[in-house]
Design a protein around this ligand. Sequence first.
Ligand code: PLP
Length: 505
Amino acid sequence: MDSESGNFNSVFLSKLAISEEHGENSPYFDGWKAYDNDPFHLVKNPNGVIQMGLAENQLSFDLIEEWIKRNPKASICTTEGIKSFRNIANFQDYHGLPEFRSAIAKFMEKTRRGRVKFDTERVVMAGGATGANETLIFCLADPGDAFLVPSPYYPGFNRDLRWRTGVQLLPIPCYSSNNFKITTEAVKETYEKAQQSNIKVKGLILTNPSNPLGTTLDKDTLKNLLTFTNKHNIHLVCDEIYAATVFDSPEFVSIAEIINDEMDKMDECINKDLVHIVYSLSKDMGFPGFRVGIIYSFNNDVVSCARKMSSFSLVTTQTQHLLATMLSDDEFVDKFLVESSKRLRKRHKKFTTGLEEVGINCLKGNAGLYCWMDLRPLLKKPTFDSEMILWKLIINDVKLNVSPGSSFNCPEPGWFRVCFANIDDQTVEIALGRIQMLVENGAKNKQQWKRNNLRLSFSNRKYDENVMSSRMNMNMMSPHSPINIPKSPLVREEEEEEEYEIVVR
Ligand SMILES: Cc1ncc(COP(=O)(O)O)c(C=O)c1O
C-alpha cells in the first residue's frame, strides 16, 4: 500500500490514471451521487432528491418513439430490418457509413436554419462531444499548452480537455455586471497574462449556446473573437452541442456562418484552418446514450488526423444506420426541431415564471436545457464558502440537485445551474414548491419542513465526512452509476444535525 495516499491502486496504476484531473471530486458530480443515493419518484420516493443537475432533453421523446414505430426497417434488429444486419454489423471503416455522414451534415445544416452548408468529407465521428473535444485537443496541442475558456464553463471540460491531453485551461472571467458577456478586453487580458507567464496559448474554446448560461453569442462577439484568435494565430474551437435548443430570440449564429457569409465583409483575411466545430446529438436530439459526437474542422490536416484518432471512439454502425435513416427524413426532422424548441420554450417559461413568483431571478436565457439561477440574495456572505453552504442545504434538505456556480468556475458566488428538461411537469411543480419553501420559510420555520418531510437543517462536517467516505467506496464507479451505491451519505440522524439559518435579504 502506498503509505502517502493510503491507496493500494496508486502503486500499480499510472500517474494519469490516479490523478485528480478527472474532476470527479466536484459538487457537480457529488450532486449526481446524492441523487443516485436517494432518487425522487412521484409515488415510490416522493421525498427523494429531484435531479436538476442533468442537462438532458427528454421533452420530445414521444416524437422519436412514434418515428421508430413507423420505421421498423431503420433498425437492424427487427424483422423488417434484418436484411441489413450482416452488412451493418460487419462494416468497420472509420470514415463511417457515407449515408450517416451525409445525414449528419444535413442535420447540422438544418439546426443552423439552412444558412450554412457542411461538407460530408469534413465530418469526423467521435464518442459524443466528450470524445470529440478530447480528440480535437489531441490534434491541436501538446501537454502543457493552454486553451482560453470563458468562465463559467461546462465542468466536464476539466476532464475532457485536460485529463489525458495534459493541456491547461485558462478561464476568462465573465461577470453578471454585463450579463456574463465575453468581452475582447477580458480575452486579451487572460491571453497576455499567459504570455507573461510563458504559457503557450494554443486556442480559445467557446460553448455556443452556453452551458451553463443558456445564452447565445451574437454575430459581433463571434466576429471579434474570430479576429482575435486569427490575429494571434491560435485556434478557435466552438462547441455547438446546444445549437437546436434555442427556443427564443435572438437566433443561434454558428461560427460556420461567420466563416461562410461574413468573411468577405470583414476587412482582415481570415484563416479558416484555425476554426473547428464540435457537435453531438446528445442535446439537440436527446441521445446522450448513443454517443454520437462530431468534429467538423475547416482544416484538412486536422480532419485527417482526427479521423485516424477516431478509431478509439467510433459510433457503432447500428447507431449510424438508424440515424442515417431518421435524420434523412426531412419531414420528421423539420417537425421535430420546431416542436422540440416549442416545448423547451414552454418549459423554460413555466419554470422561470415559477421562480419569479417567489422572488428568484435567472439570467435572461434563450437556449439550453437549464437556467442560470441567481441565488445571491440567499447567501449569508458573498463568498464561495457561503455558496457551498447554501448548496449543501439545497441538496440535503430541500432535496434538489442543482449545480453551484463554483463547479462551473464562475468567478462570482451565488449562481446555480438548474436543469428543467429532464423531468415531467408534475416534478417541476414539486421542485418549484420546494424552492418556494426555501425562500419563504427559511430555517426559521423548521416545523414547516418537518411537516413536509423536507428537513431544513444540516451538518456541514457530517456531509464532508460522508461524501469523502462515499468517494473512497466509489472509486470503481462512474459518477453517474446507480448500482451498489452505499447508503446515502446525506441521510442523517436528527440529533446529529446543526442548525443553519439562511438569510433572505
Ligand atoms: C458544452 C458541452 N460539451 C460537451 C458535452 C458532452 O456531451 P456528450 O454527451 O455528447 O459527450 C456536454 C454535456 O453536457 C456539454 O454541455
